[in-house]
Design a protein around this ligand. Structure first.
Ligand code: SF4
Ligand code: SF4
Length: 135
């Protein structure tokens, strides 16, 4: 019994560890992995289907000027269930779930709110504390 134990120990001492050296070495996420939501204004019509279909109320949408496509998209990572419904519902491919943004642990909840849009539009939404469209 003891001999078997020491043989095992000796063998293990010279074997490469099977565990990964995270966070120093990272494997790429599997294809189609659903990470953090990202949004682009290009193609967005302001239809708000993404907001209506989100089961977690994780998206606030601000329509500043629909004719000129001035929108702000505020995403609450801390509420998101990563279901992918918003990307599925958007007919204009404005939303993707980023397979590189998956390390989402943190101690500050405010850091999980991500706001997309033109900087001047985001500033207006924040300074004037505008309510989300349809809220
Ligand atoms: S569903 Fe797509 S097009 Fe409609 S508001 Fe959302 S991002 Fe824009
Ligand atoms: S992935 Fe799901 S929960 Fe997250 S914002 Fe999109 S619809 Fe909402």
């Amino acid at each position: 019994m003891k001999i078997a134990l020491f043989t095992d120990l000796a063998r293990s001492a010279f074997r490469r560890p099977v565990t990964e050296r995270y966070p120093f070495e990272k494997r790429p996420a599997p294809p189609l992995y659903r990470g953090q939501v990202s949004w682009t204004a290009e193609g967005c019509t302001g239809c708000m289907l993404c907001v209506k279909d989100c089961p977690a109320e994780a998206i606030d949408f601000f329509t500043l000027d629909k004719a000129n496509k001035r929108f702000v998209f505020r995403y609450h990572t801390d509420r998101c269930t990563f279901c992918g419904q918003c990307a599925y519902s958007c007919r204009f491919s404005c939303i993707t779930l980023d397979d590189e943004a998956w390390e989402l642990a943190g101690g500050d909840r405010a850091a999980f709110v991500v706001t997309y849009g033109r900087p001047e539009d985001i500033a207006r939404v924040e300074l004037e504390e505008l309510p989300a469209t349809g809220a």
